[in-house]
Design a protein around this ligand. Structure first.
Ligand code: GDP
Ligand code: MG
Length: 163
């Protein structure tokens, strides 16, 4: 079948924004209020003579601790079940948070390849902050900004060569 690329990460890091940015159109709902229930969105991508499906695993649940954990669980379970590649999205502007470490821990022993995506690296002044996410143990973070259109070609090439 068509390879699936799952976008995971804690709420509000920019998962839906990332999908829209890569798709080049608004297919997933972006919201600055974290944790609003959204449907899963799948978008068929074509890059470098390859097809793959981008999956926004959504921002289900509410900002309540238990449900957040459930949200992350369901995202990761979905990723484990069907993804050929996982985009682990973190937020350079907010920095490394406990929730990011929880996600990182859950992804640690998977055989599925993982790319750590440091979103909201809006300009060079944030590059150093983005490097901090290397501590999560999923490789050197790829610095991107969906808002400032930074790092798209590098990310798409990495996806294509990893699949
Ligand atoms: P999700 O919950 O992970 O799907 O996050 P969203 O895509 O809904 O985005 C959460 C918030 O982050 C929104 O207010 C976006 O506008 C904002 N956002 C997304 N990407 C960027 C970025 O590259 N830079 C900045 N500064 N904000 C961003
Ligand atoms: Mg979302």
């Amino acid at each position: 079948g068509i390879p699936q690329v799952a976008i995971v990460g804690r709420p509000n890091v920019g998962k839906s924004s990332l999908l829209n940015w890569l798709a080049g159109r608004r297919v997933a709902i972006v919201d600055d209020k974290p944790g609003i229930t959204r449907d899963r969105v799948i978008y068929l991508m074509h890059h470098d003579e390859r097809f793959f499906e981008l999956v926004d695993t959504g921002g289900m649940g509410h900002m309540d601790a238990d449900e957040l954990t459930e949200d992350i669980e369901s995202q990761i379970t979905q990723a484990i079940d069907s993804a050929d590649l996982i985009l682990f999205v973190v937020d350079t502007r907010h920095g490394l948070m406990t929730m990011d470490q929880e996600v990182a821990k859950r992804l640690r022993y998977l055989k599925t390849p993982i790319l750590c995506i440091a979103n909201k690296t809006d300009d060079e002044t944030f590059d150093h902050a983005a490097d901090e996410f290397g501590k999560l143990g999923h490789g050197a973070p790829l610095k991107v900004s969906t808002l400032q259109n930074r790092g798209k070609a590098v990310l798409l090439n990495r996806i294509a060569e990893t699949l």
